[in-house]
Design a protein around this ligand. Structure first.
Ligand code: NAD
Ligand code: LMR
Length: 444
């Protein structure tokens, strides 16, 4: 009896499945013919009607917003509809889709002018990148120019800065950027002159400098790269906007940020930070692997201290966003997690023969995006110490921060650090202080 009922149930399910299947086939077929008809519009008067078959709901909503914007908004201001439309744009693909619809609707309504102009009402911002012809630069620039860093509604001018010997290679990078025809990229300046490079810039990403090679520690680069950051600090102070946000990527990043800040007194020291997001993401990736969780589900992991082999990735407070409790074995954290994250840069150099590049570019994009556009997540950034967690003031230290947008952030102070983490953080801060001491002649 029971068996009979189960088998009847199964056969009903299978009937339903085949009905859905046939339905899906019909829709696909209609879409196919509709697309054919639309593609050769001139020959098919019914094409417009047929087109509706492949306009999904969201597209119809976008069309509605565009119609409203074009027909009612004479003064080109940012209207709620425009804001809503811009919020719908999450990728270059979306942007292309909205632009295509905008062209169609503006021509239907006979609106004059650049049809997608309404979408780009934000004033242009200037983004300087040093070391732009290097490895990180090559992965970083297309992502900035596509809108991934500052938003898909933000027009950009790129100031690409290199040493004179690399200017020819930089021209090639410029050509490639032009060939991408990025809708948001309005201007590209290439230069080895810091006045031209930093003039009126809003955002500065300082990548230029030497990377370490096998067997070196990052601090071995200190004396060589420090001078670059002193010179660039002076130029930033003189030519950049005083409100600019500067991210130091070149190693040793924390101390280079300190040198930069010392030479740029007109720029608030909180507007300068150093990259620890790569360490942060490495920590999350390792933990996700251990917990068999998705990286996007993990929160409250952060990296304290110096971007060096003394850094302190802390997973003690990790939580899953799903609310499921996690427990992190202490011996795993001490003996595997922390050393793996601390040594990850060196492991990549050993394997690749060159230091991390696209992962560093990825971390740079995320750091800047959160800093400028804000985020609810706790992320790791090296920022000027304010004494939190017992760190001596006067160094750029990795902290858990929450970005509020427009360059504002707060150090999240309410984690109770374990004695082990406190001890390790003390060692990392000691290293920061010794790096500071090594460049004291450049800090005057
Ligand atoms: P790279 O050698 O491929 O490129 C560096 C570029 O900087 C070169 O094109 C060089 O000509 C240029 N440069 C040198 N001095 C300059 C100056 N004074 N002004 C402008 N440009 C200058 O190196 P890369 O792999 O792109 O790495 C760049 C830096 O980033 C290194 O110091 C590396 O250690 C560091 N890095 C940091 C992190 C991090 O997480 N903080 C991650 C990866 C790499
Ligand atoms: C990294 O962490 O990958 C970079 O800082 C490069 C390096 O020297 O390790």
């Amino acid at each position: 009896m029971l068996l009979h009922r189960v088998s009847r149930g199964l056969s009903r399910v299978s009937q339903n499945i085949s009905r859905v299947h046939i339905g899906a086939l019909l829709v696909t077929e209609k879409k196919f013919y509709a697309q054919q008809a639309y593609a050769s519009k001139a020959d098919y008067p019914e094409a417009e009607k047929a087109q509706d078959w492949f306009v999904d709901e969201e597209e119809q909503e976008i069309q509605k917003l565009l119609r409203k914007i074009y027909s009612e908004n004479e003064n080109e201001g940012i209207t709620p509809e425009l804001r809503e439309l811009v919020n719908k744009v999450n990728s270059v693909k979306d942007l292309a889709r909205v632009s295509k619809l905008a062209v169609k609707i503006s021509s239907e309504l006979s609106v004059q002018g650049y049809p997608t102009g309404y979408m780009f009402k934000k004033p242009l911002v200037r983004v300087a990148v040093t070391g732009a012809a290097g490895n990180i630069g090559y992965s970083l620039l297309p992502r900035i120019a596509s809108g991934e860093m500052l938003g898909y509604d933000q027009p950009i001018a790129l100031h690409l800065i290199e040493v004179p010997q690399a200017e020819k290679a930089l021209e090639g990078v410029k050509m490639e950027l032009q060939d991408c025809a990025f809708p948001l990229l309005r201007e590209i300046i290439t230069t080895s002159d810091l006045k031209t490079g930093f003039k009126d810039v809003d955002y500065v990403i300082l990548v230029g400098g030497k990377p370490r090679t096998k067997g070196m520690e990052r601090k071995d680069l200190l004396l060589e790269n420090a001078k670059i950051f002193a010179e660039q600090g002076k130029a930033l102070n003189e030519y950049a906007k005083k409100t600019c946000l500067a991210l130091v990527v070149g190693n040793p990043a924390n101390t280079n940020a300190l040198i930069l800040s010392a030479h740029a007194p007109k720029i608030p020291k909180e507007n300068i930070s150093a990259l620890m997001r790569l360490d942060h993401d490495r920590a999350i990736a390792q933990l996700a692997k251990k917990l068999k969780a998705r990286v996007g589900d993990i929160k409250n992991v952060f990296v304290l201290g110096n971007h060096s082999s003394t850094q302190v990735p802390d997973a003690t407070h990790a939580q899953l966003k799903t609310g499921v409790k996690v427990s992190i074995p202490e011996d795993w954290m001490k003996n595997e997690f922390i050393p793996t994250v601390q040594q990850r840069g060196a492991a990549i150099i050993n394997a690749r023969g060159a230091s991390s590049a696209f992962s560093a570019a990825d971390a740079t994009i995320k750091h800047m995006r959160d800093w400028v556009l804000g985020s609810d997540e706790i992320v790791s950034m090296a920022v000027p110490s304010d004494g939190s967690y017992g760190v001596a003031p006067g160094v750029y230290c990795g902290y858990p921060v929450r970005c509020k947008g427009n360059g504002k952030y707060e150090i999240v102070k309410d984690f109770q650090l374990s004695d082990y983490v406190k001890q390790k953080l003390g060692e990392s801060v000691k290293e920061l202080l010794s790096e500071k001491n090594a460049v004291k002649s450049l800090l005057k």
